[in-house]
Design a protein around this ligand. Structure first.
Ligand SMILES: C[S@@+](CC[C@H](N)C(=O)[O-])C[C@H]1O[C@@H](n2cnc3c(N)ncnc32)[C@H](O)[C@@H]1O
Length: 219
């Protein structure tokens, strides 16, 4: 198959061999096809809530002649708990992702790994997934077509994080690096813009925004 995007490649780098995976919101299923071709002994269920997306997946799976189970439906509704030990979900909003996990908590029983790439509200994702008794094992930043993407790998287990770690990412904070500094600068600039628009009498909200700016400035 042709090369996949740097973003999908980075997600794939966090996937282990010998896993039972569901890719929720697979769309074209290019990630899943890449995984089957590049990792060992994977069982993959590629699922999507949108029939057109799933038809794209079906065409690609046929084209590349790989064995991937395709399912139409919402989040984890399409599997039973014994079929999966790994969840991958990418390119979906934070609130949808968290909803998918919390709507089917019983299906997480055998899930030891959750890999998430979302473009917004990573603070919320970290906080909510950690509450489900997963810790943050790895985090990757990747620059793809001028956008910095964050990919988080959660592992089953309990660990406590402070506010700064949940906002910025505990692993990213340790790794630091130029991309991380660039991301923090961009986030800080976004919040500064919001702060300019918030009325002076919204004291608490303004205080919270200023606190966030301080955290980014600390990097
Ligand atoms: C932007 S695409 C991302 C495709 C691919 N995962 C990627 O990262 O390139 C998001 C896909 O998620 C699907 N989706 C959104 N909400 C979903 C849900 N609750 N359950 C399953 N699929 C969902 C959409 O139909 C769409 O095909």
């Amino acid at each position: 198959m042709n090369k996949i995007s740097r973003r999908l490649e980075a997600i794939a780098s966090l996937v282990e061999d010998n896993k039972k995976i569901i890719d929720i919101g697979c769309d074209h299923a290019l990630l899943d096809i890449y995984l089957i071709k590049n990792k060992k002994n994977l069982n993959i269920i590629a699922s999507d809530i949108n029939n057109n997306a799933l038809n794209n997946a079906k065409d690609n799976i046929k084209k590349y002649r790989v064995d991937i189970d395709i399912r139409l439906g919402n989040g984890l509704d399409v599997v039973n708990k014994d079929e999966i030990d790994t969840i991958i979900t990418s390119g979906i909003g934070a609130h949808t992702i968290v909803g998918i996990l919390y709507n089917n908590i019983d299906k997480l029983e055998n899930v030891d790994t959750i890999i998430i790439q979302s473009n917004n509200d990573l603070h919320f994702i970290r906080q909510k997934v950690v509450k489900l008794n997963y810790y943050i094992e790895d985090e990757i930043l990747v620059l793809d077509k001028n956008i910095i993407y964050t990919i988080i790998k959660f592992r089953k287990g309990i660990r406590k994080y402070n506010k700064k770690q949940l906002l910025l990412g505990p692993v990213l904070l340790n790794k630091k690096g130029d991309l991380f500094k660039k991301k923090c600068l961009l986030e800080k600039q976004k919040i500064e813009l919001v702060l300019k628009l918030v009325p002076k009498n919204k004291l608490l909200y303004r205080y919270k925004l200023k606190k966030k700016i301080k955290m980014y400035e600390g990097i």
